[in-house]
Design a protein around this ligand. Structure first.
Ligand SMILES: [Zn+2]
Length: 162
């Protein structure tokens, strides 16, 4: 049985995903999101939620404050990527929410269009087969360019199979 990492970069905590895999050691879940003390889903997504039973240690939450911009966001991503490297999954699934974007109408994070390229590039450097799954994103006019940046950042960097 293979190991799977689910890396959720959506502005909101991946509460459903966390709940499904919370007691499993073969699925690692990491989520970077707005602090649930002040944002949806409010009741889950805190840093001390680390998993249960066999899943203990395989759940990683990075709640960040309103106003978070690239430097702080990237610091959380670095920590997450180190955990992913240590876990050594067979595949990575990215919950690609585009709502950490600075112009997103419901987000209070400050990521810029080019930051999505950096996210894609960093994930590519994990060198694992990767599936990007689209999630939230409400700055409708900029969704296309931001998605393109994330995927091209990945494709310009990835070296699997080459
Ligand atoms: Zn969201």
């Amino acid at each position: 049985m293979g190991k799977v990492t689910i890396f959720d970069v959506d502005y909101h905590h991946g509460n459903g995903t966390q709940a499904i895999f919370y007691d499993r050691a073969d699925v690692q879940f990491l989520s970077i999101h707005a602090d649930p003390k002040v944002e949806f889903p409010y009741y889950l997504g805190h840093a001390n939620e680390r998993g249960l039973k066999e899943g203990a240690g395989y759940n990683h939450n990075y709640p960040l404050p309103h106003g978070t911009s690239w430097v702080e966001w990237a610091e959380a991503m670095e920590d997450a990527c180190r955990s992913i490297e240590k876990f050594a999954p067979d595949v990575i699934i990215v919950s690609l929410g585009m709502d950490p974007y600075e112009k997103d109408p419901i987000s209070k994070f400050k990521l810029k269009t080019d930051d999505f390229s950096r996210i894609g590039a960093r994930i590519a450097r994990l060198s694992k087969p990767t599936l990007f799954v689209m999630e939230g994103g409400y700055a409708v006019g900029d969704l296309g360019i931001n998605c393109t940046k994330a995927l091209s950042g990945y494709l310009d960097t990835v070296t699997i199979g080459s």
